[in-house]
Design a protein around this ligand. Structure first.
Ligand code: SAH
Length: 253
């Protein structure tokens, strides 16, 4: 008998950013599967089993979850932010696509969550108010050549660019390379936002100009937003500036 599998987005951190639908799906599950720190964010429920795993074994974790569902369990796979954005929902479908017929009857659903770029943008104003795109800077699963090509194309098309996975111990130089390309493509005062641990303890949001952006510290919990040439800064007395991108391009209508 086949059970079900729901991939659930827990949002960036603050429990108030979990949707009621995601909470209900968590509540209904017999088994929770995910990276340990995400599982810790789900409330304890009697009779529910938690299966914690390492962060770097997504497809294995997805196969494990599909096997549990194939046994008839109601499985919830938890993910930070939105599960469809550089996260577990794609890993589940990769496993399903490459797997045998035993998984094809499982009812798979995805519960969306607030992704990091939306949470980060909300903290500073409206930097994603014009056209934007999102890129993962991680070259674990795709070659750096492709990342560089996409970045150059997005910069030359003058999109606002949200960079996920900007840096890690194993990938120390990629963010610097990306910011150098941005500095070549954009006017020096173009704002770059570094939003760290949004919605979690220790949250920081820093704005730099693209000229100085390389001096700002970033880590695995940071989301970087590179402004377009139209992205603007509104200074405030005694407070952080607002950053926004107008909806119009060129001449104000
Ligand atoms: N599915 C997640 C993204 C996973 S990729 C989502 O939708 O948000 C992991 C990257 O997301 C991190 O390297 C960082 O760039 C970003 N990120 C996730 N949570 C964040 C948070 N609370 N604050 C800032 N960036 C975050």
């Amino acid at each position: 008998m086949s059970g079900s599998l729901t991939v659930i987005g827990l949002g960036p951190g603050d429990a108030r950013w979990i949707t009621p639908a995601a909470s209900a799906a968590l509540e209904a599950a017999t088994d929770l599967v995910g990276y340990g720190p995400y599982l810790d964010r789900a409330p304890e429920r009697e009779g529910q089993r938690k299966h914690a795993s390492d962060n770097r074994v997504e497809v294995e974790r997805a196969r494990f979850a599909l096997d549990l569902a194939a046994e008839g369990r109601r499985v919830a796979v938890v993910s930070g932010g939105d599960p469809g954005v550089f996260a577990m929902a794609a890993a589940v479908f990769e496993a399903l696509d490459g797997g045998g017929p035993q998984w094809r009857d499982i009812a798979i659903t995805v519960e969306p969550g607030i992704t990091a770029m939306l949470a980060a943008a909300s903290r500073i104003g409206a930097p994603l108010g014009g056209d934007f795109c999102a890129l993962s800077l991680s070259d674990n699963l795709k070659p750096w050549d492709i990342i560089e090509k996409r970045l150059k194309a997005a910069l030359s098309a003058d999109f606002v660019i949200a960079l996920y996975n900007p840096i890690s111990k194993a990938r120390p130089w990629q963010l610097g390379a990306a910011l150098a390309l941005a500095a070549e493509a954009h006017p020096p005062e173009t704002p770059v936002i570094f939003a760290r641990a949004v919605g979690r303890p220790g949250e920081t949001v820093t704005v730099a100009s693209v000229r100085d952006a390389a001096t700002v510290a970033a880590d695995m919990s940071t989301l970087v937003i590179i402004g377009a040439s139209t992205t603007r800064l509104i200074p405030r007395e005694g407070g952080a500036p607002y950053v926004y991108t107008p909806r119009f391009y060129g001449v104000r209508p």
